[in-house]
Design a protein around this ligand. Sequence first.
Ligand SMILES: O=P(O)(O)OC[C@H]1O[C@H](O[C@H]2O[C@H](CO)[C@@H](O)[C@H](O)[C@H]2O)[C@H](O)[C@@H](O)[C@@H]1O
Ligand SMILES: O=c1ccn([C@@H]2O[C@H](COP(=O)(O)OP(=O)(O)O)[C@@H](O)[C@H]2O)c(=O)[nH]1
Length: 733
Amino acid sequence: MQKIHIVSNRLPFSVKEEGENTTLEASVGGLATGMKSIYKDYGGTWIGWTGLDSDTLDADKQKKVDQLFKQEKCASVHLNSEEIQLFYEGFSNRTIWPLFHYFTQYADFNNEDWETYKAVNQKFADATIDTLEDGDSVWIHDYQLLLVPEMIKSKKPNVTIGFFLHIPFPSYEVFRILPWRKEIIQGMLGADLIGFHTYDYERHFFSCVRRLFGYEISFNQIHIDERIIIADSFPMGIDYEKFKKSAQDVGMKSIKEKSELHKELDKYFLASPNRKLILSIDRLDYTKGIPNRLKAFGRFLEKYPEFRKKVTLIMLAVPSRDQVDHYQQLKKEVDELVGQINGTYGSINYAPIWYFYRSLPFSNLIELYSSCDVALITPVRDGMNLVAKEYVASRLNNTGVLILSEMAGVAKEMGEALIINPVDEEEMADSINQALTMPLEEQKERIKYMKERIQRYDVFKWAKEFIRTLKKAESVQNDFLAKRITNQLSTKIVDKYANAKKRAIFLDYDGTLAPFVKNPQDAKPDEELHNIIKKLTANKANTVTIISGRDRYTLEKWFSGHHVNLICEHGVWLKKVDGEWEMLSAVNNSWMPNVHPVMESFVDRTPGSFIEEKNYSLVWHYRKSEPEQGELRANELKDELNTHLSNHNLEIMEGNKVIEVKSGGINKGIAALQFISNQPYDFIMAIGDDWTDEFMFRELPEEAITIKVGMKHTKAAYKVESVEAVRNLLKLM
Ligand SMILES: O=P(O)(O)OC[C@H]1O[C@H](O[C@H]2O[C@H](CO)[C@@H](O)[C@H](O)[C@H]2O)[C@H](O)[C@@H](O)[C@@H]1O
Ligand SMILES: O=c1ccn([C@@H]2O[C@H](COP(=O)(O)OP(=O)(O)O)[C@@H](O)[C@H]2O)c(=O)[nH]1
């Protein structure tokens, strides 16, 4: 059976010590909930850190811990105190975490941390490889393990690998600061599918891949040599039914069954029916915007005095990464702010803020979610934020208001919340007032819509969607491999070639016979290519045609000494061996004066782009432009040409970093067909790399050997990965 294994920094259980007794306690976090269903259903193993310092464990204890985890189908990775310090607190939480959350001033760049990060990632990769069999899949999680995909792929190329990043992926301008930026991207690209919470993170990632490596990206696929990597967004959900059910259970409890916390909450409301509660829950992390939130609450009490003594903020701050200095400083700042606000606005029987610095059991969380009128969730950056979804899921009668930072990934899905800028204290204070005075009908309307979405796209659906796309990534890769010309297949093609009496060979130029270069005029044939063409054309049974979008002067100059036919401008012109240029199709260029100024305006606005003028077509090149701007402008240009020039019979063709406009009814397919018609060819071969070559692949007879260079979807029967592979095949002929 094909298994799916999970790899994450922490395992879904933590080790609990009670006297002599060592047991495992299940984690309730989102990742643990979602993944448990996956790794059990697919018979895999969960590989991760025990959460313990292995320097404090003797051999027996370590064995015992391993045994306990093994019973739960988990493989434990042990970290010693130095590794915890340099890998977990160091590179993970002092470098990647602050940088990826845009806290560039907090990010440390320490070579020793980086070396340990690499070594520990290798440890996780090795532990995973030990449990793997060929054909299995692996799903790796989060920023602590960015190098693991490549480490596994390099040793186990037949294993399908998924990677999901739970934190934001920052914009290139921030990511580029990282001294090991290339290594990190390379590590991630070992995966076949890379998932993010939001489309913004996904496009930041693409932008980094493009700028740092120049890899070709088409839609959401990255093409590297013989591999296709898919990146996509999958907003993580929660176990909706569990929260709904638990909220129902809380509502059914008799006074005797109620927890101490619940009784306190009841008492608070009993004292005065007009009282309101605002809830704030997060790990004590500087990304969560806790000081800003406290200041905004103070400002609210100042600006709206009518709410004093009527509103309390319950602030639950869960201790986190407290060995990292910035977390320690934050703790101090929060303690002081809570003291200040309580000191200013509190009285003998009123504390504006109830502050808890600890974690609470699940049942208490549900009591808080059910009882609080407003949830104030205002991180300055957050990958997703599950607390926001948990609050909404627990609101049984749909009342309650969610105030949400626009900087949390979850804001993309919760448009009905009161969306605020987490550093704008004035706006936050006004939003608290708006939330507390919002009519019930409006509250219900807003919560209802948010609930529908989180119910539909829960954590199980999220995990299933990721696995479904992982399978798709595997099949896209297999499709390519199935069409790829292997040694065996190339021997077959060469045999067919050898047995044929009359052969027609059509070869596209750029991206097929010669690699792309920044300046198109620099792509002239090198010695190797001259030799290949010389050898092919020396065989009298061969009719070799270079079929290109290039202008006739360039091709004539480059191939003047060869016995080769030239078809130029996508099929407008033909020059047979030793013949003169003739026109294959009747075309006109009366449209050119209209199109030229449109293209010029794009050249003006897109640095690095330029226009190439051919006899019967105009081409806008953007290979030298900034990649994303080029793509954006290319779409704009297509749109503009389609809108304004529909009365001319024009064809707008998108090639590799070019938009070409030419008269309709001309293409490489029509030209190639015209060329072979009525000729007894018993071997026809066409090789090309882009969209314009698809016409050839489509028009040529079924028995023709059509070959696409690159990974993209194609009508061609076969694929090769590079110009080098094309040349190698031709050398065999
Ligand atoms: O393991 P710790 O160092 O104690 O940190 C706890 C986890 O924090 C991070 O959570 C992120 O994942 C959430 C679920 O996808 C998301 O909602 C949130 O916005 C993220 O910050 C971290 O990514 C995990 O690896 C940590 O285990
Ligand atoms: O005392 C607590 C407080 C919070 N949580 C859980 O911690 C998770 C926090 O996830 P979130 O995505 O909001 O932020 P993260 O801490 O992962 O950055 C949520 O599922 C909460 O229910 C918890 O288990 N105990």
